[in-house]
Design a protein around this ligand. Sequence first.
Ligand code: FA5
Ligand code: MG
Length: 417
Amino acid sequence: SSARTISSAPEANTVCVLGKEYKRDDMTNVTPSLLEKVGRELHNTKDHPINLLKKLIVHHFHKTYINTAGNPLFTSIENIPPVVTTEQNFDSLCVAKDHISRSRSDSYYINSETMLRTHTSAHQRDFIKMGLDRFLVTGDVYRRDEIDSTHYPVFHQMEGVRVYLKQNLLPRSKTMFEDGEETDEKQSRHTLETSKALELELKTTLERLVKYIFGEETQTRWNSCYFPFTHPSFELEILFRGEWVEMLGSGIMRQEILDDAGASFKTGWAFGLGLDRLSMLLFSIPDIRLLWSKDERFIDQFKHITLPMLTKENLNKKDLSFKPFSTFLPRCEDVAFWITPEFNENDFHELVRATCGDIVEKVELIDSFENSKTGKVSRCYRLVYRSMDRAVTKDEVDELHSKLRENIEKLLPVELR
Ligand code: FA5
Ligand code: MG
């Protein structure tokens, strides 16, 4: 995430996104606070849960699908900026001109031609056109939504696409195509055999992925659903701690998309997987907003996690759970004293706990020096007062801290400064 995002003043007639100026018009609805998130790229942020999950999935595809020389068949594309044309996000995917997802109340527009992608599907056609047959595209996506513990206007998706020549899907059949009728099971141009073969490949691939992430015994179920760019379409849910959780949308790619990509003679399937909620399940993160935290107490908890620790064999053995921390502001107070040889630091910590309880989050030695004339040694400690569940008042901290000073004077072999 090297590009800096600067949001223009609302009255300016341009808007700056990832260093580029765009003309505002009557569709523009991106806000400065949203634009601050563009360029964060949590999926490319080292040690971030979304980055860990992305790497885990890419690793699975790379080791499972290889050619005879042992090289990965899927290309992973991870750095495509989220600014796309409305043509890429909607038209290239057969989304009708009056589909609700196009409205200003559902999507973020930079102007009437340019927007922040609402899904990674926006790149399907272009990468097929470039000649790729198997690829994954990971990126940040944007939708106008409320903010609560499971909804955020920015989240992350991984798109997966696989397209086939006849010899790779139906080597013994004469054709993948017919001039027929669309039914619940197939598009008009696909034979039923083609549609069923694609469905089987799609479902097998995705069930294998889920079992790799969550374990062999994971229960899954497929629901049929609707997307303008796939038919038939399927949604995959997994049973996680007794609850069915939606994991991805998928389906057989509309043949019109392949036509547009110059690949009419190929057929394919695609899926779009949400990374945010899955990473929350995997690491027991209770609130989606934590994913955006710049507090180092968040990212620090994931620094020790390596890919082998995330594989199914290890998942249940290792404790990967996120440990909640307070999001209230801290109040810091220092205490300094001259110590004697009898002073023991653990006794001091114990006294802090006995006097103040859990409200002291941290005790840190911030200064220590020896007076060259008297030979006395001074120590200064910083106490961080903070509660897990409420804002702590200044009066409360003042009272506790003076009580602590009293107790130090009374009970420890030190002289307060
Ligand atoms: C899509 O975005 C389709 N582009 C997926 C697709 C791709 C279908 C290719 C067919 C072929 P949907 O809006 O359902 O579909 O989102 C896909 C996944 O993203 C969901 O299953 C969910 O895991 C995740 N997701 C959707 N909305 C949110 C949200 N507000 N917050 C977090 N995750 C979300
Ligand atoms: Mg959905």
